[in-house]
Design a protein around this ligand. Structure first.
Ligand code: ADP
Ligand code: MG
Ligand code: MG
Length: 476
């Protein structure tokens, strides 16, 4: 088995404990922070965000492949968001049965009907991958999903390299410590936000972070805020309630919240049904969408990030439609697709159901949800599909091939958790940013990466859910 953690550390528990203690101090000093669960809205008590004791080996070729395809993914998301016919067709069966996606789609339609008031588009996304390594140690890069809404951990992942460098040095691995890559997604994300703010063109207007009720992960966002303040761009943190109570549009559709004009709305909240507890919250979302503020993401880009769209993109001929004269781009993107299967009503969907029931362990069943903890695995796939297989309800889901990375031994450091070695699986995220004004692409870049690692015993990842932890790639 490949190892993240050196043999001499595995053999020596007191050394491992010593390194873990230092690692936690370095993490705190570097600012890999999270508020504690008990008091998510106060910084009086904070702890380190969970992370791995050692970095995880990642083959260089696939890492570079993931970076290289990112600007094409940016372009793809942006093109989808500008193609209402495609979105309507792709999402038709889903919105008929999934209320949340349906509601988002209705906002999208209303905006189309009224006409978009803002031609500046700001995209901050993160494309996530796992390595399929069943084939004799060969690694094949497979996309898990692309997040176009509130893609997080660009801030904290800017701080992990130094922790892993330090631990490698202390474990006598100087050469490896020099191979840990610099990484600063927060700076890149902020650069794109700053560009959108500049194009909006009002010095007094703020970048509004639309934040969660429970703000445990505030430090991740603070890094982006500070990068903006460095450029003298004012930022404000507001919740849906603030926008409901103190938000309005003037006659030119300028958005004001609490008396302040908003140039950019950066959504870090609003991707889950429970983020919209009342009609008022939905009205606030609609108001922001209708406004002249630059939305990150706008409603159509939000929809472009759904799992149903991901599945439709994998159908033959669809990528070609978006890149008609760029076969190499099509090839590069398609190479990262895992098998994705429709559950639409019809013979193709029936085939998907039969395939999943015959070998549930080969697949993941996904509803249109974000934020971790929503997918269905193994025998539960059979239970769920047995229940919905004859009805349109099944179209709320898509089916995906399960990716099988080779486990790597590491030690996951978490507050109050015992120190132990686990078999781990990792997920690589790549951050992409773009800014468009009308027809002009002003910026399109890959700005960094995120490696998250979890125990192989749990199916789902998600740093915010506390299951996976921050890691650094050690290129092989
Ligand atoms: P979410 O939007 O909730 O993050 P994901 O599609 O990223 O949804 O799935 C959540 C987690 O489930 C991933 O981080 C990964 O750990 C696991 N997962 C998702 N799809 C697959 C897959 N095809 N193969 C293996 N694991 C998967
Ligand atoms: Mg997601
Ligand atoms: Mg995910």
């Amino acid at each position: 088995m490949a190892q993240g953690i050196p043999d001499e550390v595995i053999m020596n528990t007191s050394l491992m404990k010593e390194l873990a203690d230092v690692a936690k101090d370095v993490a705190l000093q570097q600012g890999i922070l999270m508020r504690i669960q008990e008091t998510p809205n106060s910084s009086e008590l904070v702890t380190y965000a969970p992370f791995t004791l050692f970095p995880t080996p990642v083959p260089k070729a696939v890492f570079l492949q993931a970076l290289a395809v990112q600007t094409h993914y940016n372009t793809l998301v942006d093109k989808i968001s500008q193609d209402p016919d495609f979105l309507e067709e792709a999402l038709a069966s889903t919105i008929a049965v999934d209320d949340f996606t349906g509601r988002l789609f209705r906002i999208h339609q209303q905006i189309l009907k009224e006409g978009r008031s803002q031609s500046i588009v700001l995209g901050l996304n993160r494309s996530d991958y796992m390595l399929d390594q069943r084939n004799n140690g060969l690694s094949s890069l497979k996309q898990i999903e692309i997040n176009t809404f509130a893609a997080s951990f660009g801030g904290l992942s800017s701080r992990t390299p130094d922790v892993h460098r330090q631990i490698l040095k202390m474990a006598g691995r100087l050469e490896e410590s020099q191979r840990i890559l610099d990484n600063d997604p927060a700076a890149g994300l902020a650069r794109a936000v700053a560009k959108a703010w500049e194009l909006y063109g009002s010095e007094r207007a703020v970048v509004m972070f639309l934040v969660e009720e429970s703000q445990r992960n505030i430090f991740d966002q603070r890094y982006i805020e500070y990068e903006l303040w460095k450029r003298n761009i004012p930022t404000k943190r507001k919740r849906f309630d603030d926008v409901c109570e103190k938000g309005s549009l003037d006659q030119d559709k300028r958005l004001f919240v609490d008396g302040q004009e908003v140039a950019v709305v950066y959504f870090r909240n609003g991707y889950m049904p429970q983020n919209y507890p009342s009609e008022k919250t939905w009205e606030a979302r609609l108001m922001m969408e209708r406004s002249l503020a630059v939305k990150c993401p706008d409603i159509s880009t939000h929809l472009a990030g759904t799992k149903k769209v991901q599945q439709v993109l994998a159908k033959p001929g669809v990528l070609e439609k978006f890149f008609p004269d760029k076969p190499q781009v099509v090839e590069q993107i398609r190479a990262t697709f895992a098998g994705l299967y429709t559950l639409d009503i019809g013979p193709e969907g029936d085939k998907t159901v039969a395939m999943a029931l015959a070998a549930p362990d080969q697949f993941v069943l996904k509803p249109q949800r974000e934020g971790g903890g929503n997918n269905i695995y193994g025998s539960e796939i059979c239970q769920v599909l047995q229940g919905v297989k004859e009805s349109t309800e099944r179209t709320a889901y898509i089916l995906m091939d399960k990716i099988h990375p080779a486990p790597v031994q590491n030690c996951l450091l978490r507050r109050d958790a015992p120190l132990q070695i686990s078999n781990c699986l990792s997920e690589l995220g790549v951050f992409g940013v773009y800014v468009r004004q009308g027809k002009d692409t002003v910026m399109n870049e890959c700005v960094g990466h995120l490696l998250r690692t979890k125990s192989s015993e749990v199916s789902e990842g998600g740093l915010a859910t506390g299951i996976s932890v921050a890691d650094s790639p050690l290129l092989l």
